[in-house]
Each structure stands twice: as C-alpha cells, then as structure tokens.
Design a protein around this ligand. Structure first.
Ligand code: HEM
Length: 204
C-alpha cells in the first residue's frame, strides 16, 4: 500500500487535492490513531476529550474561512465554517470555553495563502470521516441537534460538498513553491491536531 502511495515522478502532475491525499495519508492515519486513543465513543467523558480537540482545531482554522483572499479562490468559503457548530456542541456538553482556550498548546502560524489552503483541506476533509464519527456519537445519545452538530453533513451532502471543495482547490493555479506550501500546511495542520489529541489525553 505505502509503495503505491509513495510520491512518484508523476505525482507533480497530479491535481492538488490528489497530491494532498497522497502525501498526507500517513499523517491522517496518525491522527486517526491519536483520536481513537481518546476513547471518544466509549463514554460522554471520552467524547468531551474529542470535542476539546475539535474545538481547538476549528478555532485555529475559523479565521481562514473569513479571509477575503482565500474567499476569492474558494467561493462560498465562509458558509463552510463549523466553528459556531462546535461551540454549540461544547455548550451542550457543559465544557467551559475559557478553560479550553487556556488548555490549548500554542497555535502554529499559517504564514502564506497557499499554506492556508493545506489547512482548509484538512479541516474540510475531516467532515468526510465525520460520517462514521456521527454514527458512533449517536450511540451516546448525541446528534446533529445536540452535542455533535459539527459532525453533521452539509445540506448538499458530504460527498458533493467535498467534491465541490476539491474542484475549487484544483482550479487554483499555483506555482511549485505554492504547491509545496500547501502540502506543508496540510502536514502542519495534521500535526497540530495530533498534538491537541496528545494534550487532551494527558489532561484527562
Ligand atoms: C477517528 C477519527 C477519524 C476517522 C475514523 C477518519 C476517517 C476518514 C475517512 C473514512 C475518510 C474518507 C477517506 C476516503 O474517502 O478516501 C477520511 C477522509 C479525510 N479525513 Fe479523516 N478520519 C478521522 C479523523 C480525522 C481528523 C481528526 C482529521 C483532521 C482534523 C481528518 C482529516 C481527513 C481528511 C483531510 C480527509 C480527506 C482525505 C482525501 O480524500 O483527500 N480525519 N477520514
């Protein structure tokens, strides 16, 4: 499998969304493991740990959704932001937002427009796997109306919502340097989520 996923010479000709998937596959697996180590669906306490990670990550990406220059590249970007949904979920689960702000490790800088594309890819992509996570959350009595709003699909459905996003990403003409900034941005975003999960695990 890894051999198939190792970037080959042709990788540079792949559309950005495919390169992002190819070159962050193992980073995604590490995040997946770090999230499951929180036992997010074994109890409401476990789910609170997971929610802290989701809140702190969405808080870091929220400003990107309202950045004019990114909105020029990605039409409808502000409507994709799930920060308010995760805030409502935290309130449903009686989590104190001020405490969560203090608990968060230092937030990484996102120092270019192209790097921000990588962060948005990770944030938007995380709603794909949310299909599974929402199912598990429902076993704890949570739903898209209580405690798991941020895992809900968009009105147009997860698949179409995602394909529209990747089509917008792939339509942006980037230099090789900007493409590398986007790839590094995605790696840093996954690394940040992994560090948030480790902090949440140690704070339990
Ligand atoms: C236990 C937790 C998680 C599970 C089980 C999970 C599962 C999945 C699944 C099944 C997909 C669809 C894969 C495909 O269609 O090829 C996916 C895609 C994705 N997930 Fe996760 N995920 C989890 C957590 C996360 C988190 C926390 C993030 C980032 C914050 C994330 C970011 C992504 C991204 C960016 C994609 C899109 C990959 C692509 O098709 O380009 N995932 N995830």
């Amino acid at each position: 499998m890894e051999a198939l996923l190792t970037p080959s010479k042709g990788a540079n000709t792949l559309p950005l969304s495919k390169r992002l998937k190819l070159e962050t596959h193992s980073a995604h697996e590490r995040v997946d493991k770090a999230i499951m180590a929180l036992s997010p669906f074994s109890s409401l306490k476990g789910y609170q740990r997971f929610l802290v990670v989701q809140y702190q990550f969405q808080r870091r990406t929220a400003p990107l959704y309202h950045q004019q220059d990114l909105g020029a590249w990605l039409e409808g970007l502000p409507e994709r932001c799930r920060y308010n949904a995760v805030i409502s979920d935290c309130q449903d689960l009686a989590l104190n937002l001020d405490d969560l702000k203090d608990l968060s490790p230092p937030e990484p800088d996102i120092d270019s427009q192209a790097a921000a594309l990588g962060w948005l890819y990770v944030s938007e992509g995380s709603n794909l796997g949310a299909a599974f996570l929402l199912k598990y959350a429902s076993q704890l009595g949570l739903s898209a109306n209580f405690g798991a709003r941020h895992l809900a699909p968009s009105d147009s459905g997860r698949g179409l919502h995602w394909r529209r996003f990747t089509a917008q990403l792939d339509a942006i003409s980037l230099s090789d340097e900007q493409t590398n900034q986007a790839l590094n941005g995605a790696r840093e975003a996954f690394q940040f989520v992994k560090s948030l999960a480790s902090v949440a695990l140690n704070n339990q």
